[in-house]
Design a binder for this molecule. Structure first.
Ligand code: URA
Length: 460
């Protein structure tokens, strides 16, 4: 039996380096014990001899490493072993990672999804309270994550609150930012975090100003904001009153509140776009000209999601400007939707193609590529917070709903999205481009326009 000691619960590098050496030595998963920290190992036998005498080289898909990086943060103690089992399987069958029906791939994807949800919750529900120390004001927040996400999420808070001095306390560790340096401290308890204080009034005012009655769905709110988080959030004291007065507040309020915070969101979006320009989360960046990021107002109420940029979009660096884009423009125009007022993006942000002579023929993104790109899609959604998201075609629907669906089974009806807002599925405009029968294409175009009108109407 080999025992691998990992430095910490979120020690991805440690897992990766050990897993690589063990896999090079073709050590079977059943012979490895993965252990966090330095607890006694006699129970298990020999220490691992990690570097084999005659290593056998292998390559694994980049999408696997991305998946592993996320799954390592899961709280399931079996995660390291499960990842190694898949790694060992990929050496023989690299395409296994794209097999959405493979139970191990499915299980790991589910774990990655749970981690991403926890990351999102920490970003959305963490609340700072103001305290004063000898250097002035400091903001302190208490948060109880379900997974080992705190370190991985640190950069987000540093970027967001760069000019504040803050501490985030969690049961496993604390993060402290002094405006220049990020430091780690030991775990804390809720009693270590400040309770009620004046800054809560600021949060309450802020929350009341961004509260969007048009999105008010109490069931959804509970689902998205589990009670576990409610107890830490001063603004939940307001929810009852907000629900009661939601209707009166609907008109005009949303626009006003959004323009008040619009400056920051626009800057955050610009930063995100710049980060995405250097994206190497999957291999598609290698052959595409550039990342084609979403575009449109960051306070748009409606977001459209396509599949991936095509040949012309890849060159122009903008979504939906080629032939499919022309149909899209015509259809939304016919549905009374102004493109200048909506946010348009794609599920996958790099063009995937197969070269044929001088031409580049569109190739469908696979499960790994869609999931690697989910990061950008989720970040865009966090900033734009659309009230209605229209998925154009099956790939977009998969990204939006986090699972494979059929167009026929989901088309043309409002779907409540777990992260808030409504979703709507319709066809991809290039479906119309491919139709040889003109009169059928016209019928389908009309049905497409009806779908878009339905989405606009559901938005209100
Ligand atoms: N097809 C898409 O899905 N998106 C684009 O941006 C262009 C074509």
């Amino acid at each position: 039996m080999r025992v691998v000691h990992l430095a910490d619960e979120d020690d991805f590098e440690g897992w990766r380096d050990s897993a690589r050496a063990l896999a090079q030595g073709r050590v079977p998963p059943s012979e490895i014990v993965w252990q966090v920290g330095n607890a006694a190992t006699d129970l298990f036998g020999d220490e691992a001899v990690l570097v084999p005498a005659a290593p056998t080289a292998f390559r694994v898909p980049r999408t696997f490493l991305d998946l592993a990086q996320t799954v390592v943060l899961h709280s399931d103690p079996q995660r390291f072993a499960l990842l190694y089992t898949l790694l060992a399987g990929l050496i023989a069958t690299p395409r296994r990672i794209d097999d959405a029906a493979d139970p191990l791939v499915q299980r790991l994807e589910e774990m990655a999804k749970a981690v991403r949800r926890d990351v999102h919750k920490m970003r959305a529900f963490l609340r700072f309270r103001e305290v004063h120390d000898d250097q002035g004001e400091r903001y302190v927040a208490w948060f109880e994550p379900e997974h080992h996400i705190v370190r991985a999420n640190a950069r987000f808070f540093v970027d967001r609150f760069a000019n504040m001095r803050w501490s985030i306390l969690t049961p496993a560790r604390a993060l402290h930012w002094d405006g220049e340096t990020l430091a780690e401290g030991p775990g804390a308890t809720k009693a270590d975090a400040p309770g009620d204080d004046p800054v809560e009034d600021v949060w309450k005012t802020y929350y009341a100003s961004i509260f969007n009655p048009a999105r008010l769905k109490t069931g959804m709110m509970l689902k998205e904001m589990p009670r576990k988080y409610w107890k830490n959030m001063p603004e939940t004291a307001l929810v009852k009153e907000l629900v009661a007065t939601a209707r009166q507040r609907e008109t005009g309020m949303v626009a006003k509140a959004r323009s008040a915070i619009g400056g920051n969101i626009a800057a955050a979006w610009q930063k995100l776009r710049e980060e995405a320009a250097g994206c190497t989360r999957c291999h598609l960046y290698k052959h595409a000209t550039q990342t084609v990021f979403g575009e449109g107002p960051v306070d748009a109420r409606m977001m459209f999601v396509g599949e991936q940029p095509g040949d012309q979009e890849d060159i122009a660096g903008r979504p939906f400007v080629g032939p499919a884009g022309q149909i899209f423009d015509r259809a939304i125009g016919a549905a009374g939707i102004d493109r200048a007022g909506v946010y348009v993006t794609n599920a996958v942000k790099h063009f995937k193609f197969e070269p044929r002579g001088k031409r580049r023929i569109h190739a469908k993104p696979d499960a790994g590529e869609i999931s690697a790109c989910r990061w950008w899609y989720e970040q865009e959604r966090l900033l734009v917070k659309p009230e209605m998201t229209v998925a154009l075609g099956a790939t977009a629907a998969r990204q939006m709903l986090g699972k494979v669906v059929t167009i026929s089974g989901t088309r043309g009806k409002a779907i409540e999205l777990t992260e808030g807002g409504l979703g709507w599925v319709t066809i991809h405009p290039s479906f119309l481009l491919r139709m040889p029968d003109k009169s059928r294409a016209e019928e389908e175009f009309a049905a497409f326009v009806e779908d878009l009108k339905g989405a606009a109407k559901a938005l209100g």
